[in-house]
Design a protein around this ligand. Structure first.
Ligand code: G3P
Length: 231
């Protein structure tokens, strides 16, 4: 458990069948191998019920896809509790994904709770303006992800580069220490390179990796680009 390096490639398994159960463990092991081969940080965000077995299977950072704004373990039926994730060795959590939105007050509470439990926070924002507001809550990362591009294979870094640069500018104007990831449609090494050139310190990806015929090849392309830009 602890901080993650940049550039970061965070693979969101979402609720895809291709990354469920033993397939989640297999994909996490592919991510671990590419991390080892390229020396680039790759983290995974499996579905809740796969978190422990993935944690036990790999040494790379493992993230939850969400936490609920409840302060401690206890009588919170059906909730995802940061304190318990931390005890299980989970490294961090995605928050406020466009497919699992929170209120801004909820985002603020969850960032505070996650920070208190030592969980790395990747708080998602649909727009640069939302990114600016969320940066005020001091997450580790803000991930800018225009929902309309998610799952399209048309990357935000190519189709809407100004969204990435504006998000970086706004986040850094609030808190220089908050790092920016970008996601939505990231599908090639060029998309990763462009994202880093625009000021992001990593990418949040899903379908290009999880639904690929050969996830390892896609990840190797992403990692090679991230390594080239890192120097
Ligand atoms: O969390 C990242 C995800 O929303 C991006 O989806 O399929 O466009 O890589 P995708």
């Amino acid at each position: 458990m602890g901080k993650v390096a940049t550039p970061l490639i965070l693979v969101n398994f979402k609720a895809y069948k291709e990354a469920c159960g033993e397939r989640a463990v297999a994909l996490a092991k592919v991510c671990e191998k590419v991390t080892e081969d390229f020396g680039v940080e790759i983290a995974v965000a499996p579905q809740f019920f796969d978190l422990v077995k993935v944690r036990e299977a790999v040494s790379i950072p493992v993230f939850s896809q969400h936490i609920d704004p409840v302060p401690k373990a206890g009588a919170f039926t059906g909730h995802v509790v940061a304190e318990n994730l931390s005890e299980l060795g989970i490294d961090g959590t995605v928050l406020n994904h466009s497919e699992r939105k929170l209120s801004e007050e909820g985002v603020k509470k969850c960032i505070g709770i996650a920070n208190s439990c030592g969980l790395v926070t990747v708080a998602c924002a649909d727009t640069p303006e939302e990114a600016e507001r969320i940066a005020k809550f001091s997450p580790d990362f803000v991930a800018i992800e225009p929902p309309e591009l998610i799952g399209t294979g048309v990357s935000v870094s190519r189709a809407k580069p100004e969204v990435v640069t504006r998000a970086v500018e706004k986040v850094k104007s609030v808190n220089e220490s908050v790092r920016v990831l970008c996601g939505a449609g990231i599908s090639s090494g060029e998309d990763v390179e462009k994202a880093l050139e625009l000021g992001a310190e990593g990418v949040l990806v899903a379908s290009a990796v999880v639904k690929a015929e050969e996830p390892q090849k896609v990840l190797e392309e992403f990692a090679a680009s991230a390594k080239k830009l890192r120097g």
